[in-house]
Design a binder for this molecule. Structure first.
Ligand code: HEC
Ligand code: HEC
Ligand code: HEC
Ligand code: HEC
Length: 390
């Protein structure tokens, strides 16, 4: 299986004999230029496939949430990964991909990345149920990580709130077992390792569930000015639905783990799935950034890399009522609110490729879609009723 795959990869990656030209892409949209001119965003683009566009993390790739982590912590971790003080222990296999990424990062890139990651705003996680004995178990941790687990930059202790529980559990076990913060570990990791030295598995499970149950300070309410009648909003949403369920969009937002292809939305060739990057097969190996937009695979714009959205952002097999509920759910949409969604629609470089892949574009233009999102938002984001006809 592997050799065949490598042959395919080679065929794709080399591809000097590209198939007959797709029509040249229209003039680069302004959003590409704005994107390409932000050097920090360019540095972050290879991170997207594992950590997500908003730093929300990809639990299925074992990649943690990093958005909003304090810049000094992000910097210290990147330096520790690069110096092989973190992530290179042979038994801490989950961290090896990150360790490999960091090894190639120059100082200048780390300086751009640290504040950029801090400014990313992933959606808050809805709190889990309270745990018996959780507060008592967590009390010693609060001294450094804070009662609400929001972290304390002065002690260099990172925020733990909203972090993927499975990631926290892996880290606590790694500290305990000496695969993070062991003899060759970073100094602050050794501080933390001392805290974890005597934690049993049951205690770790309690701690992690307690952290997941903590309630963050409430975010400001999402209260857009409603300036349009609901009916205009519903009409706009019907157009949005038609675009979202068009193959150009749906193929990246499938109801499953494999991206889809073509106008009949068949599963992606070569058995590609959202887990492929974990096995070292990155979307960008074939969907190479290129201004030309030609070649075998649809090309993302220069300086960006393809990735799949989180599983919760499925557009396939959704009724209009379901898709609407999903888009307005803060737990799914990155806490963007309606105005933030409209901005995403306007500026997201992956989404814009849908009109520049040389394939049949969505039913309305990108500018029209932006306008429809604005109208929908100005009407307060009304959702259609579920009907049996859907
Ligand atoms: C191939 C997937 C992958 C890519 C690409 C990747 N990371 Fe990671 N990253 C991970 C994994 C997995 C971990 C968790 C390592 C561990 O278990 O210790 C991680 C951990 C981190 C951490 C530590 C988070 C914490 O809470 O301690 C930071 C910071 C980070 N990555 C930043 C980046 C940045 C910046 C980039 C882009 C330059 C990047 N990563 C690219 C997979 C990746
Ligand atoms: C003396 C201060 C201190 C105490 C007490 C402490 N920690 Fe930490 N913890 C830290 C520091 C500092 C780091 C960051 C280490 C680094 O820079 O790599 C850390 C890192 C972590 C991480 C890794 C976070 C990530 O994003 O990778 C977890 C998980 C964690 N601590 C959980 C706990 C828990 C649970 C307790 C209580 C049992 C606890 N800590 C007690 C200082 C502390
Ligand atoms: C081994 C090469 C390769 C890899 C790796 C790869 N792709 Fe593809 N992809 C292709 C090719 C070739 C096509 C065009 C196939 C066709 O339609 O003829 C394609 C098409 C697609 C399409 C369909 C576009 C459309 O509108 O029809 C999507 C979506 C897609 N890929 C997403 C991804 C994602 C996401 C990843 C990473 C998880 C990925 N691909 C990894 C080669 C690859
Ligand atoms: C190459 C793959 C790709 C294509 C093509 C694509 N998307 Fe996405 N989309 C993503 C990724 C990855 C995310 C998650 C990153 C983020 O939240 O910024 C996302 C997120 C979104 C979101 C936010 C979802 C939410 O619930 O908050 C919307 C809305 C969206 N896409 C709409 C579209 C539309 C409309 C199209 C077609 C015009 C499209 N996408 C085409 C990859 C793609």
């Amino acid at each position: 299986m592997k050799p065949v795959f490598l042959v395919l990869l080679a065929a794709c990656g080399g591809a000097p004999e590209a198939p007959p030209a797709a029509p040249p892409p229209a003039e680069a949209p302004a959003a590409f230029e704005a994107y390409a001119s932000n050097p920090a965003e360019i540095q972050y683009s290879p991170c997207v496939q594992c950590h997500g566009a908003h730093g929300e993390g990809r639990p299925e790739l074992l990649a943690p949430r990093i958005g909003q982590l304090d810049a000094s912590y992000v910097r210290s971790q990147l330096l520790a990964f690069r110096a092989q003080q973190r992530g290179s222990h042979p038994d801490h296999v989950a961290a090896h991909p990150m360790s490999a990424v960091a090894r190639g990062l120059p100082d200048a890139a780390i300086e751009l990345l640290a504040p950029f990651v801090q400014d990313l705003h992933p959606a808050p996680q809805p709190p889990g149920p309270r745990v018996a004995g959780g507060a008592g178990a967590y009390a010693p941790c609060a001294a450094c990580h804070g009662r609400d687990a929001l972290g304390n930059p002065e002690l260099q202790a990172p925020a733990l709130l909203h972090q993927d529980p499975a990631y926290l559990e892996r880290q606590l076990k790694a500290y305990r077992d000496g695969t993070r913060g062991g003899r060759d570990g970073a100094p602050m990791d050794q501080v933390m390792a001392a805290q974890a030295a005597r934690l049993g598995d049951a205690r770790i499970a309690t701690l992690v569930r307690h952290i997941a149950s903590l309630r963050p300070p409430l975010p400001p309410p999402d209260d857009p000015e409603v300036t349009r009648p609901a009916q205009e909003g519903l009409d706009a949403f019907a157009d949005i639905y038609a675009v979202a369920t068009h193959p150009r969009c749906l193929n990246c937002h499938p109801d499953g783990d494999a991206p889809l292809q073509g106008d009949d939305s068949h599963p992606h060739i070569y058995g590609i799935t959202r887990f492929s990057p974990l096995k070292g097969v990155h979307c960008s190996q074939c969907h190479a950034p290129s201004a030309a937009g030609d070649g075998l695979a649809p090309m993302p714009p220069a300086d960006s890399l393809w990735s799949m959205p989180p599983r919760a952002m499925t557009f396939q097999n959704r009724t209009p009522a379901q898709l609407c509920a999903q888009l307005t759910d803060p737990a799914v949409n990155g806490g963007r609110g309606l105005a933030g969604l409209a901005h995403h629609i306007e500026a997201d470089h992956l989404l814009i490729t849908s009109w520049h892949s040389g394939r049949q574009p969505p039913p309305i233009s990108h500018a029209e879609l932006v306008e429809r999102f604005e109208v929908w938002g100005e009407a307060g984001g009304p959702c259609p009723q579920e009907t049996s006809a859907d």
